[in-house]
Design a binder for this molecule. Structure first.
Ligand SMILES: C[S@@+](CC[C@H](N)C(=O)[O-])C[C@H]1O[C@@H](n2cnc3c(N)ncnc32)[C@H](O)[C@@H]1O
Length: 220
């Protein structure tokens, strides 16, 4: 754990535990090469933006962080898995973007990276363990600079190769309700459920639905 970069815990309830860390460690160790592609909705949202400081919550293999860094963003990439974080650091060096990617290990239910961001991205930041997700995402919304964007993309349906076959996913409006953000300070720019053709680890394809919520911080 990179304790020098941590802010104080976001919760004192200790709801996320070693099991979560073990689960995601195992997940990342067994999925060595897959997942380093940019997520299409992150690319679509960030492509027209002027690069600034970005935060990637649950960065996994780092595909989004590398894509952003190659376009000039300074990216803080965070994951609970030390294996994922270590690999993101190594791959960032290999890709020549190590100066723009800072990979940090956090259990986001317990600690949150320091800083203010122009873009916070939570791509499929979903877990079978208690995550205090709304609290994490509210903290993320508060870490935005005025004008900054919080992009939340969740599974709205499950691909056959997914680690989870859970089919209960909150709709974008439910996610927005849970965040309970003051409309005087944050605006919802997008809340919809597009479908796309997804490709799995063995090249298999399936049509899946994503649940998207895009929020902008309008005032400090
Ligand atoms: C479903 S994966 C999505 C990974 C990546 N964003 C992507 O789109 O490929 C969820 C990610 O969140 C991470 N994660 C789960 N619980 C976490 C927590 N409490 N704190 C930080 N990261 C967590 C996992 O290790 C995993 O990399």
């Amino acid at each position: 754990m990179d304790s020098t970069r941590r802010q104080r815990p976001t919760t004192d309830q200790g709801t996320s535990d070693e099991d979560a860390e073990l689960f995601w460690e195992r997940h990342h160790r067994t999925r060595r090469a897959w997942g380093a592609r940019v997520n299409p909705l992150l690319a679509e949202t960030a492509a027209p933006l002027r690069p600034g400081a970005a935060l990637d919550l649950g960065c996994g293999a780092g595909g989004d962080a590398f894509w952003l860094a190659r376009r000039g963003w300074r990216v803080t990439a965070v994951d609970i898995s030390t294996t994922a974080v270590q690999r993101v650091r190594e791959r960032a060096r290999d890709l020549g973007v190590a100066d723009r990617v800072t990979a940090q290990q956090h259990d986001l239910a317990r600690s949150f990276p320091a800083g203010q961001f122009d873009l916070v991205s939570a791509q499929y930041f979903q877990s079978p363990f208690p995550l205090l997700r709304s609290r994490v995402l509210r903290t993320a919304a508060r870490a935005l600079r005025p004008g900054g964007l919080l992009l939340i993309v969740d599974h709205g349906s499950t691909a056959p190769w997914s680690w989870s076959q859970d089919n209960h996913f909150p709709a974008p409006t439910e996610i927005a309700d849970e965040l309970d953000l003051d409309p005087g300070h944050w605006s919802v720019l997008r809340a919809d459920t597009p479908r796309r053709r997804a490709t799995g680890p063995a090249g298999e394809t399936a049509t899946v639905t994503d649940n998207i919520l895009l929020v902008q911080r309008t005032a400090g």
